[in-house]
Design a protein around this ligand. Structure first.
Ligand code: GUN
Ligand code: FE
Length: 450
């Protein structure tokens, strides 16, 4: 069935700029999930189309100040860490994992525990406008399949990964795969299970998930690389996140994370490398060669990375980049928030932080990115990273979208003072779950508050 929305659209088809379509008629197909056409008032049959959809009661008119935007694509979320969001960021990464994270993640062996957390988590992300979520689940297969089912049930496009970790010296004995073969076999079992879920026609995809180099043996990584190729799965992992993580690989293998992942066959056009702060030029060449992507998690990096991502240079060098909220290394399950964090992250890098240094020595010239660029990463960049046919409101794209109501006082919009760009920037800066009145995924309304 075809449905139509009449209202104004904001999106960022081109990095660094935006497009606003006034009074656009967006027609989409609820069966295929695709946008059928986007008409604007100068088109000859515009009025007739509106009349048509009105007559068949399939027209939704947005009010003044409400806008249709592409949905957010969050490339990095640790689903089981949701109860930990907003606390426990007092330790460095390696200690944080051992002290807080692994004990919490191990609790998902109890499926009842998973059932008490995951529905709320998926609902929360959808409410924040995340139409595609890429989740690390846990080592446990049943709870990870349950998360995939929950995404399907709530209608969220998702990539869900059973976390593989088999390196006994780095994992607690209560939270580790039995051996490398178990990491591989359980991941294969998980892939088959998720693909076979009732009603799953590709909305929820399994994703191969070696946690990161310290917790994975080389044998496990190689076997997982083979699985990614055999099942044509996307891959997610962490790369060179902190001094400690970078040094770990250098000491143990004399190689970088990216070199190790390449060796294992884990790099492909749908591989997401979270953080990737300390990449060498050779690493970047490898990433580009394989068409893999980086998931930038700007607030998480403030706590764990020990350095800032050179986001400006990466964008300028056409390295594929998207954004991740990285709960619970950051407390906010919102990619709107991550957009703003990506900007402040880049500005801190540009300015530098040590006032003892002269301004020339303190920072990195021209390191800033703009809010529009961050929004592009959160939508178009994410879509490209996963080879998803979404990210903009355009005919032939999947209709994954949100409707924002910017008439709330918090948006601080003054129509006589604000340009179209000002309004869009305020929407990116201020949108919270309370302002998102409707969310569509694959042409289906999955969330509605009107
Ligand atoms: N590296 C390995 N595991 C994790 C995790 O759970 N969070 C973050 N931020 N980094 C990791
Ligand atoms: Fe992470």
């Amino acid at each position: 069935m075809k449905r139509a929305i009449l209202g104004s659209v904001y999106h960022t088809p081109v990095l660094g700029s935006f497009e606003r379509l006034e009074n656009a008629l967006v027609v989409f197909d609820t069966e295929t999930g695709l946008i059928d056409r986007v008409s604007t008032p100068e088109q000859p049959d515009y009025s007739a189309q509106i009349q048509h959809f009105e007559n068949i009661f399939c027209l939704e008119k947005l009010k003044n100040g409400q806008y249709l935007l592409p949905g957010m694509i969050d490339l990095h979320i640790h689903a089981p860490q949701w109860p930990q969001a907003g606390k426990g960021l007092d330790l460095p990464l390696d200690q944080w994992l051992q002290t807080y994270t692994f004990p919490l993640e191990s609790r998902y062996q109890d499926i009842e525990f998973a059932k008490s957390i995951y529905p709320r988590l998926v609902n929360t992300y959808l409410s924040h406008g995340t139409t595609t979520a890429v989740y690390f689940a846990t080592v446990d297969v049943d709870a990870s399949v349950y998360l995939a089912k929950e995404c399907l049930k709530q209608g969220q496009r998702a990539f869900v990964g059973k976390v593989a970790m088999d390196e006994k010296s780095m994992c607690p004995d209560y939270y580790v795969d039995d051996d490398y073969q178990a990491s591989i076999d359980l991941t294969e079992h998980f892939i088959q299970n998720v693909r076979a879920l009732n009603g799953n026609d590709g909305l929820v995809e399994p994703i191969v998930t070696p946690r990161f180099v310290p917790t994975c043996s080389r044998e496990a990584m190689k076997g997982l690389g083979d699985l990614a190729q055999k099942y044509q799965c996307a891959v997610q992992t962490h790369a060179s996140e902190s001094d400690w993580a970078r040094d770990f690989s250098a000491k143990k293998y004399g190689k970088t994370d990216v070199e190790l992942y390449q060796e294992a066959g884990l790099l492909g056009p749908r591989t997401l490398l979270a953080h990737s702060i300390f990449l060498t030029q050779n690493d970047l060449d490898i990433v580009k060669h394989h068409g893999s992507s980086l998931a930038h998690c700007p607030l998480s990096n403030i706590f764990f990375a020990n350095a800032a991502l050179p986001c400006r240079e990466l964008l300028d060098n056409n390295i594929q980049l998207g954004l991740g909220s990285d709960v619970a290394a950051s407390p906010y399950p919102s990619l709107f928030r991550s957009c703003f964090d990506a900007v402040t992250h880049s500005r801190a890098r540009e300015n530098g932080v040590d006032y003892h240094l002269s301004s020339e020595q303190r920072g990195t010239q021209d390191a800033r990115i703009t809010l529009l660029e961050a929004y592009w990463m959160a939508t178009v960049g994410g879509a490209k990273s996963l080879q998803l046919n979404t990210g903009i409101i355009h005919p032939g794209r999947l209709f994954d979208a949100v409707c924002i109501d910017s008439t709330h006082e918090e948006f601080n919009i003054f129509p006589e003072l604000d340009s179209a760009q000002d309004i869009f920037e305020k929407i990116i800066a201020y949108t919270d779950r309370n302002h998102i009145i409707k969310v569509w995924v694959n042409g289906q309304a999955v969330k509605q508050s009107i």
